[in-house]
Design a protein around this ligand. Structure first.
Ligand code: SF4
Length: 64
């Protein structure tokens, strides 16, 4: 899913402690990145330090 990262998203993400990044996913492996072999660059936490970055949710995300 690809959505705009607007102020409401950022506010609610903080308020509800939303998790959607690879670092919070059970399939994340620090050495291999994604255990499923998916590209991770659009889902990594540091990408969202840029408040204009569009939000990409991974459909395989599974919370730790
Ligand atoms: S399944 Fe998706 S969210 Fe989880 S580590 Fe792989 S790319 Fe990241």
């Amino acid at each position: 899913m690809d959505i705009e990262q607007d102020k409401r998203f950022r506010d609610e993400s903080t308020r509800f402690e939303l998790r959607w990044n690879c670092e919070d996913c059970v399939y994340f492996d620090r050495d291999r990145n994604c255990a499923h072999g998916f590209p991770t660059h659009r889902h990594r936490r540091h990408r969202y330090e840029d408040p204009t970055a569009r939000v990409f949710f991974c459909k395989e995300f599974d919370l730790i």
